[in-house]
Design a protein around this ligand. Structure first.
Ligand code: FAD
Length: 427
C-alpha cells in the first residue's frame, strides 16, 4: 500500500522473491518525477497536503516515488548509535551496512539511488562560508559514510537539478516482473480484518481486493490513517525533527540552475543538525513569501512526543510535538550562535548586515515518523502486533529518533522488512 520511498523498495524485494500476485496500490498518479527546484503543492497527483493542529502545512509526495519525488535529495545514513537499540535478530549491523551500501554505494557512492557526496568544486558560496565559520567554531569535517558529530558534507541522490527517486531506482524494474502489478489512482480506504487476520483491502471507490498480506507503505500519516480506519488504533505516537529558522537577506543562489537545497550540515554531539540552506524556500515552494535563505537548527534527538488521532469521520488531529524545555533552550541558544555567525566575517558579502532574524515559531522538517513503531506497535521484523498478515515498512515504523534526515534509513528499513515479508510469503 503506497509506492513511495518504502513501497518501491518492498515491491522490489517481494517481487524478486517470486511471491505470487504482488499488487502495488498507489493513491497518486504516475506523473514523472519533478525537478529539485519545484514542490508542486497545487498538483494533487504529486503532492498531498495535510495540516497539523497549528495549521502548519505538511506536504507529502503522492504518486510514484511518493515523497522521494519531492524531497530535498539529501541521503545521509543515520548515526550508527541511533540504531544501537534495534533488535539484532533482524537488524544485524553487517546486514544494515550491506543494505545501506546497496542503496548509497558506500564510500565510492552510486548504489541503487546513485548517491554522491557534494564535491568541493560544487560547493556554493554560502556552504563554503558555513563550513569556514564552523571550522572556526571548532567543528571538524566528518569522513566516511556514517555521519558523526562534526561538519557533514551532504550525500545526495541528485545530480544537478534532478533527483533519482525510489521509483526510478526500484519500482520500474519491479513492475516489469510478471508477478507484480501496479495500480495508480487507487487510494486504500481501509483493510478488512476479521478474527485478527487480514482478509482484504477496500479502496476508496468501494472495490474489495482479497489479500493475505498487506504491507503499510503509505507514509507515516497515510499508514496511520488507514490503520485507524481499519480498527488497528485510533491515537498513535508521532515524532518530528522540529526546527528553528535563522533568516537573513542576501545571496541565495549562485549562477546556473537551482540545485540541491542543502550541501553542508553540522551535527552536534547532543543531537542537533545545523542546516545551511542554499536558497530562499520561495525558490522551491509555490506561494511561500520571500524571506531570504535560512540556516536551520533542527532538534534531531531531543524530539518531543507528538501524536496523530484519526476521528471516525476520517479527520486527523496531528500534533508534531516539541522538545522539552531544556531541548528548546539549547535549540534557541544554537540559533543565536548561528545568527552571530551570519553577522561575522565568513558571511561578509553574502548576507545584508543587520538583516538576520531568528523565527519565534518552530518549523517542521517534513520528517514525521513513528506512528506504528517497530518494537512496540510492531515486532522488530515489521509485523503489526495483533493482526496476522499486516506489516509496516515505511517511516511509520521507525522506532527511534535519527540524527540525520530519514530518507536513507526509511529505504534501508523497507529493504530489510521487505525481505522478511518475502520470506514469510514463500514459507
Ligand atoms: C518536502 C519534503 C522534503 C524532504 N526532504 C528530505 C531530505 O532531503 N532528506 C531526507 O532524508 N528526508 C527528506 N524528507 C523525508 C523523506 O522524504 C521521507 O521520510 C520518506 O520519503 C518517507 O517515505 P515513506 O515511504 O514513509 O512515505 P512516502 O514516500 O511519502 O510514500 C507514501 C506513498 O503512499 C501513498 N499513499 C498515501 N496514502 C495512501 C492510501 N490510502 N492508499 C494508497 N497509497 C497511499 C502516497 O501517495 C505516497 O506515494 C522530506 C520529505 C518531504 C515531504
Amino acid at each position: 500500500m503506497g509506492a513511495g520511498s518504502a513501497g518501491c523498495v518492498v515491491a522490489d524485494r517481494v517481487g524478486r522473491s517470486g511471491v505470487d500476485d504482488v499488487l502495488v496500490l498507489e493513491a497518486g498518479g504516475a506523473a514523472p518525477p519533478v525537478d529539485l527546484a519545484v514542490l508542486p503543492l497545487a498538483d494533487p497527483s504529486r503532492v498531498r497536503v495535510h495540516h497539523d493542529r497549528d495549521g502548519t502545512a505538511l506536504p507529502r509526495g503522492a504518486g510514484l516515488g511518493g515523497s522521494s519525488a519531492v524531497n530535498g535529495g539529501y541521503f545521509l545514513r543515520a548515526h550508527a548509535c541511533d540504531l544501537a537499540g534495534w533488535a539484532r535478530s533482524t537488524w544485524d549491523p553487517q546486514l544494515v551496512e550491506d543494505v545501506y551500501t546497496s542503496l548509497d554505494g558506500g564510500d565510492a557512492g552510486g548504489g541503487a539511488m546513485a548517491v554522491r557526496r557534494v564535491p568541493d568544486a560544487e560547493l556554493r558560496p554560502r556552504a563554503r562560508a558555513f563550513e569556514a565559520a564552523m571550522r572556526r567554531a571548532g567543528h571538524e569535517h566528518v569522513a566516511g559514510v556514517w555521519p558523526t558529530a562534526g561538519i557533514v558534507r551532504v550525500r545526495l541522490n541528485a545530480t544537478g537539478s534532478r533527483r533519482r527517486t525510489a521509483a526510478d531506482a526500484l519500482l520500474s524494474a519491479a513492475v516489469a516482473r510478471p508477478n507484480v502489478t501496479l495500480r495508480v489512482r487507487s487510494p486504500v480506504e481501509r483493510i478488512e480484518i476479521d478474527s485478527e487476520t487480514v482478509r482484504s483491502v477496500i479502496l476508496v471507490d468501494g472495490t474489495a481486493i482479497p489479500a493475505d498480506v498487506v504491507v503499510l507503505c503509505a507514509g507515516t500519516i497515510g499508514s496511520a490513517t488507514v490503520a485507524a480506519r481499519s480498527g488497528v488504533a485510533t491515537t498513535m505516537p508521532l515524532a518530528e525533527h522540529r526546527e528553528v529558522l535563522v533568516r537573513s537577506r542576501g545571496v541565495s543562489i549562485g549562477p546556473g540552475p537551482i540545485g540541491p537545497v542543502l550541501q553542508s550540515v553540522v551535527h552536534t554531539d547532543d543531537g542537533f543538525e545545523i542546516r545551511c540552506y542554499e536558497h530562499d524556500f520561495a525558490d522551491h515552494v509555490d506561494g511561500v513569501p520571500r524571506s531570504g535563505p535560512a540556516i536551520g537548527v533542527a532538534a534531531m534527538r531531543p524530539v518531543g512526543p507528538g501524536s496523530i488521532t484519526i476521528a471516525p469521520d476520517g479527520t486527523s488531529d496531528i500534533d508534531l510535538g516539541r522538545p522539552d524545555a531544556a531541548g528548546t533552550a539549547r535549540m534557541r541558544a544554537l540559533a543565536d550562535e548561528v545568527a552571530a555567525m551570519l553577522d561575522g566575517p565568513d558571511f561578509a558579502g553574502l548576507v545584508v548586515p543587520g538583516s538576520t532574524t531568528v523565527d519565534d515559531t518552530l518549523s517542521t522538517s517534513h520528517h514525521a515518523w513513528g506512528a506504528l513503531p517497530l518494537g512496540s506497535a510492531a515486532d522488530w521484523d515489521g509485523r503489526v502486533r495483533g493482526v496476522d498478515g499486516l506489516w509496516v515498512a515505511d517511516a511509520a515504523g521507525l522506532p527511534t529518533p535519527l540524527s540525520s534526515g530519514p530518507h536513507a534509513t526509511v529505504m534501508m528499513a523497507a529493504s530489510v522488512i521487505g525481505e522478511q515479508v518475502a520470506a514469510a510469503g514463500l514459507s
